[in-house]
Design a protein around this ligand. Structure first.
Ligand code: ATP
Ligand code: MG
Length: 352
């Protein structure tokens, strides 16, 4: 899929107007504060992922506007033609082809993966960052995933409340086991697909990379439900002692290594950027294989911390994908084989 035309009204510092995107490589270049990230954020919202940060209306609507809402629209093309609209207040209300729609169905129709400066945390941050990365991919490739994950989180907080008040958790665990097993299954398949994707973008990672998953508190048995049940039995005393649920997908860990060494130690900072971007691209391959739709990549600050060689390899890799890429940079002299957009105070002009 690709964004063909997008527009915004009253959104942050963006001047009302439309952009006709290239279906291949797009680079938005401009000084700090010109609105590059804001523009990429509108695309993130229009693909069902919401604003970049938890934001109130005051943060999203143009400060000098008297209107109480903003409005975003995208004509998306490719494997299907889709019109996405979003009315932005303190929340984003979505419409797809004129009908009220939920974010999860839009994420499947317009599969979009973003790579933001903070995504370096994929390698060096806490396990929750990697769980979120897998959850984003699973939410795109398995339509029920977001719903079941919410169910699971509710069930686990209920179990936590039981443990905190010193009550038994048997019935709660019976209800959790099938959901935990289903989520484990989805995540394990997604990890495998990412592994295959990593092989497809061999030149981008600064060295060999492997990506694996360990089930939280479990993993000794293939049958997920049985594994959950026996692992809970095994950890029962510790769970009662710590008053926290210690088994289940909320404790999963994902290991990213290079030649057996944690990628966070094996690679330098610039190299870690390339490594994290290759994981995002590998997730894109997984999306393409499962959904038979080309994903869209949103890459903010695409050049930062990369040396000349790193930039060249990144740009070559992005060109070889055949996907729409919408990237932003504050660098002025970046070699870019696709369409260049010059940003200035909320406006974007195509450079011919
Ligand atoms: N609600 C709002 N109304 C008007 N302007 C806003 C609003 N929210 C943020 N801005 C302004 O948008 C400007 C552009 O922000 P943005 O993060 O998009 O810049 P950028 O081009 O990505 O810069 P950088 O290169 O530093 O990343 C900021 O200077 C900020 O003051
Ligand atoms: Mg920015």
């Amino acid at each position: 899929m690709f964004f063909k035309e997008t527009g915004s009204v009253n959104f942050k510092n963006l001047i009302t107007g439309k952009i006709l995107w290239d279906d291949g490589l797009n680079l938005i270049s401009g000084p700090n504060g010109s609105g590059k990230t804001n523009l990429i954020e509108t695309l993130n919202i229009l693909s069902g992922w919401g604003p970049f940060k938890q934001a109130g209306k005051i943060d999203l609507i143009n400060w000098s506007s008297n209107e109480s809402r903003g409005f975003l629209q995208a004509q998306v093309s490719g494997e299907e033609e889709v019109l996405i609209q979003s009315s932005v207040t303190s929340r984003c209300f979505m419409k797809c082809d004129g009908k009220r729609s939920n974010c999860s169905s839009i994420r499947v129709k317009v599969p979009t993966l973003s790579f933001l400066p903070g995504d370096l945390a994929l390698l060096e941050g806490s396990p929750s960052v990697r769980r979120r990365f897998i959850d984003v991919l699973c939410a795109i490739i398995y339509p029920l995933y977001a719903l079941r994950l919410t169910e699971y989180r509710r069930a686990i907080s209920h179990k936590k409340a039981l443990l905190e008040s010193g009550r038994v958790t048997e019935i709660a665990d019976k209800a959790i086991a099938p959901i935990a097993s289903w989520i484990w299954g989805c995540r394990e398949r997604a990890v495998k697909a990412i592994g295959m994707g990593l092989e497809a973008s061999l030149s981008l990672p600064p060295g060999p990379m492997s990506f694996s998953m360990e089930r939280g508190g479990g993993g000794l048995l293939e049958d997920g439900e049985e594994d959950y049940r026996l692992s809970v039995e095994r950890h029962a005393r510790r769970e009662r002692g710590s008053r926290r649920p210690l088994v289940g997908p909320h404790r999963d860990e994902f290991r990213i290594t290079s030649n057996g060494i944690a990628a966070s130690s094996a690679f330098s900072r610039g190299q870690r950027r390339r490594a994290s971007l290759s994981l995002v691209i590998a997730a894109g391959w997984a999306v393409q294989t499962k959904l038979r739709r080309k994903p869209i990549l949103l890459l903010d600050e695409v050049a930062s911390e990369l040396d000349r060689e790193g930039r060249r390899i990144t740009v070559d890799t992005l060109s070889s994908l055949g996907w729409q890429v919408i990237a932003a940079t504050a660098e002025e002299d970046m070699d870019w084989p696709g369409t260049l957009w010059i940003a200035g105070d909320g406006t974007f002009k195509r450079k011919d």
